[in-house]
Design a protein around this ligand. Structure first.
Ligand code: UT7
Length: 323
């Protein structure tokens, strides 16, 4: 059988890093409140030359180098983003042009913070169906452009950044210890649109809009949904939760990560936490955390990793991958 194997990871952050104390100079907040309630210490903010496409292209270049692959070998780019450079064309095609790829399949996926999981399943399915052999799956966001900088309940939580993986077709056996994507499960429940949304758009206001969130309610749903989808996806892969080497979750709030790990009986040492360094980067946060843990040597070949995320929609999902 064909499986999709992660052969390289990469990430990119804007040059400008902003601390909680710096934010407190212009917003009615404090380092103590942000650290205690979220675990966030820094976020990176794009300058006018840095966009979702340029950050995504930088992350993709790093992932290609790690995979030892050339841009011309890529035949699919799936970009997860809620903050495209323009309404259209897709930022995936902008990344394609920046990478100098003349012809490949390229499109964006919109599932907000769960976008990378959605993009991963699309790429995994196309690879296993034999439609493409080598894909770039990217999460890239510039949420700083859709934040209301006068709303302290949201503007302190988000940051900009990008993460990417190279996913390649490999012949594999059906065993659960085989390398590659072993199972993905996705969900959406549009009844909760109004708990986390942007109050603008091309077909409504004709403007870009600003992010709005009922944080406490999102928090409550996040812990329940993330624990449930993780259990469901491990079962789909035919594995028990204690087989997990590393949980690589969406980085929204350190308290959500703690609560989810506790609910699953998972040791906190097995959870990759990077929210302190780059805050919530929406669709970029899972591949950013993955790349961090691969490059610092925590995640090694053969490890069983679980990626999971939950965000606006609501959307949520998980993927079990033998790295
Ligand atoms: O990526 C998509 C998924 N998103 C998430 O997962 C976010 C989920 N939600 C959360 O992470 C948390 O709910 C927040 C971090 C957003 C908020 O934490 P909380 O413990 O739920 O606080 P809260 O919203 O209940 O607010 C508590 C207090 C309020 O004051 P009062 O009404 O108790 O006097 C807020 O006005 O904290 C106040 N507050 C702040 N204080 C200082 C809210 N934001 C701030 C701030 N600085 N930045």
């Amino acid at each position: 059988m064909i499986r999709a194997v992660i052969t390289g990871t990469g990430s990119a952050l804007p040059a400008r890093r902003v601390s909680n104390a710096q934010l407190a100079e212009t917003v009615d907040t404090s380092d103590e409140w942000i650290v205690e309630r979220t675990g966030i210490r820094f976020r990176h903010i794009a300058d006018e030359h840095e966009t979702t496409a340029t950050l995504g292209a930088d992350a993709a270049r790093a992932a290609l180098a790690a995979a030892g692959a050339a841009a011309r070998d890529i035949d699919l780019i799936v970009l997860a983003t809620a903050t495209p450079d323009q309404t259209f064309p897709s930022s995936a095609t902008k990344i394609q042009a920046l990478l100098g790829i003349d012809d490949c399949v390229a499109f964006d996926v919109a599932a907000v913070c769960s976008g990378f999981l959605y993009a991963l399943q699309v790429a995994d399915s196309m690879i296993r169906a034999g439609a493409v052999r080598r894909a770039l799956v990217i999460g890239s966001e510039t949420f700083s452009r859709i934040l209301d900088w006068e709303d302290r309940a949201t503007c302190v939580l988000f940051g900009d950044g990008a993460g990417a993986i190279v996913l390649e077709a490999r012949e594999s056996d059906a065993a659960a210890d085989a390398q590659g994507v072993l199972a993905v499960r996705l969900h959406a429940d549009g009844r909760h649109n109004q708990l986390l949304y942007v109050d603008g758009g091309p077909s409504t206001t004709g403007t870009v809009g600003k992010l709005r969130m009922k944080g406490r309610e999102v928090f409550r749903h996040a812990v329940v949904n993330l624990a449930a989808v993780l259990t469901e996806t491990m079962a789909a892969a035919g594995l028990a939760p204690d087989a997990i080497d590393w949980l690589v979750p969406h980085q929204a709030n350190a308290r959500i990560l703690d609560a989810t790990a506790k609910k699953l009986g998972l040791s906190p040492e097995k959870v990759v936490v990077t929210v302190d360094r780059h805050a919530n980067t929406s669709a970029a946060s899972v591949p950013l955390a993955l790349d961090t843990a691969v490059r610092d040597g925590r995640i090694k070949h053969g490890d069983l990793i679980v990626l999971e995320a939950m965000g606006g929609g609501f959307t949520w999902g998980a993927a079990v991958v033998r790295f």
